[in-house]
Write a protein that binds this ligand. Structure first.
Ligand code: HEC
Ligand code: HEC
Length: 290
C-alpha cells in the first residue's frame, strides 16, 4: 500500500518534471512558424526555408534536428556543439549579452571554430551560407524578439612601440587576465581548473603559447574585438567597461609577444627582457619626465 502510494507520487513528480522540460524546449512545429527568418549579408538575403536540406545534410549530425546541440555525434565531441535555441554565441562583434549580427554568424560559418569539431563551410556557396545563417536564427525565440547589439567600432591600429608592449603587460596584470590565463599566458592561472561554461561543462582558458589560432578570428582586429566583447556562454568576459580603446591595443601587442610565431612584438619583448608579471606587485610608478 505504502509503496504503491510512493510510486504514484513519484510518477506524478515525473509528469511535472517532464512538462517543465517540454515547455522549455520548443517543438518542431513551434520553430517552423519562424521559417520565414531571413539574414542580410554582403548584399544577399538568406532564407531559412531554403536551408532545410543543407542543414539536415551538413549540420544535424552535431547540432540536432531541433538545433538543441543534441545531434547523434554530439556525445563524442568536446567542446559540445552549440545549442542554437538559447541564442548565445561566442563570436560576436556586439556587446556581451546581445545577439550577434548576421555578418558575425556568416563569418563563423565560413571560418569554423578551430580546436573544436566545427568545420569551415567554405565549400558551400555564399548564398547557401547566408540561408544557413537564417536557419540558425529560426531556432531561437530570441531572434524573433530582439535585435542584434551594435557592432563594436575598432579604432585604427596604432604603431607597435616598446612602451605599448610594456603598457599592455600592465593592463594584463591590472584587469587580472592572469587569474585565468596564467602569469605567462599559458592558460594555467589560479582559477583555470575551476572554470565551467554556461552549461556547467569544464572549460579551459586559452594558452597563448599554443600554435593554434583564436576561435573567433586571427587578426589584431579580431583579438581587439574578442577582448572587448568577450565569448558569451564561457567565463571569458567582456572588458569593454574596464579597458580603454588605447589600452586594448596595448594589450593586443603584449599578447602577440607571448605567441610562438615570430613577430615585431616578440622581438621587442626580448629586447626589453620582459619578465612574466608578478600579480602582487604594486602598479609601476609613472616614469620621470625627462
Ligand atoms: C562535426 C560537428 C559539427 C558540424 C557538422 C557542424 N558544427 Fe557547428 N559547431 C560544432 C561545435 C563543436 C561548435 C562549438 C564549438 C565551440 O564552442 O568552441 C559549433 C558551433 C557552431 C556555431 C556557434 C558559433 C559561436 O559563435 O558560438 C554556429 C553558428 C555553427 N556551429 C553553425 C553550424 C552550421 C551552420 C553547420 C552546418 C553547415 C554546422 N555548424 C555543422 C560542431 C559542428
Ligand atoms: C574568468 C576567467 C577569464 C578571464 C579573467 C579572462 N579570460 Fe580569456 N578566456 C577564458 C576562457 C575560459 C577562454 C576559452 C573560451 C573557449 O575556448 O571557448 C578564454 C579565451 C580567450 C581568448 C581566445 C579567444 C578565441 O577566440 O579563441 C583570448 C584572446 C582571451 N581569452 C584573452 C583574454 C584577455 C586579454 C583577458 C584579460 C583582459 C582575459 N582573456 C581574461 C577565461 C578568462
Amino acid at each position: 500500500m505504502r509503496t504503491q502510494f510512493l510510486s504514484l507520487l513519484l510518477s506524478a513528480a515525473a509528469v511535472v518534471a517532464l512538462s517543465a522540460v517540454s515547455s522549455a524546449q520548443l517543438t518542431k512545429d513551434q520553430q517552423d512558424q519562424w521559417l520565414g527568418a531571413e539574414s542580410h549579408v554582403a548584399g544577399m538575403t538568406g532564407h531559412a526555408g531554403a536551408a532545410r536540406t543543407n542543414y539536415r545534410r551538413y549540420c544535424t549530425g552535431c547540432h540536432g534536428d531541433l538545433g538543441d546541440g543534441e545531434g547523434e555525434n554530439a556525445q563524442w565531441i568536446d567542446p559540445k556543439p552549440r545549442n542554437f535555441t538559447l541564442g548565445i554565441f561566442k563570436c560576436r562583434s556586439t556587446p556581451t549579452g546581445t545577439l550577434p549580427t548576421d555578418d558575425d554568424l556568416y563569418d563563423t560559418v565560413g571560418r569554423g571554430l578551430i580546436t573544436s569539431n566545427m568545420p569551415q563551410w567554405l565549400p558551400l556557396t555564399a548564398q547557401n551560407r547566408a540561408d544557413l545563417v537564417a536557419y540558425v536564427k529560426h531556432f531561437s525565440p530570441r531572434f524573433q524578439k530582439e535585435k542584434p547589439g551594435e557592432s563594436l567600432k575598432i579604432p585604427p591600429e596604432p604603431e607597435v612601440t616598446p612602451d605599448r608592449v610594456k603598457a599592455g603587460q600592465e593592463v594584463f596584470r591590472k584587469v587580472e587576465c592572469w587569474k585565468c590565463h596564467g602569469v605567462e599566458g599559458r592558460g594555467n592561472g589560479p582559477s583555470a581548473d575551476t572554470l565551467t561554461d554556461d552549461q556547467n561543462r569544464p572549460i579551459k582558458p586559452y594558452n597563448f603559447h599554443d600554435e593554434t589560432r583564436f576561435k573567433c578570428g586571427t587578426t589584431d582586429q579580431d583579438l581587439y574585438r574578442i577582448i572587448m566583447t568577450g565569448l558569451d556562454g564561457t567565463p571569458m568576459p567582456s572588458f569593454a567597461d574596464n579597458i580603454k580603446p588605447d589600452e586594448a591595443w596595448d594589450l593586443v601587442f603584449y599578447l602577440r609577444s607571448l605567441q610562438p610565431m615570430h613577430s615585431k612584438e616578440k622581438d621587442i619583448a626580448r629586447q626589453l627582457g620582459l619578465k612574466p608579471i608578478n600579480p602582487n606587485a604594486a602598479p609601476a610608478a609613472p616614469a620621470p619626465q625627462q
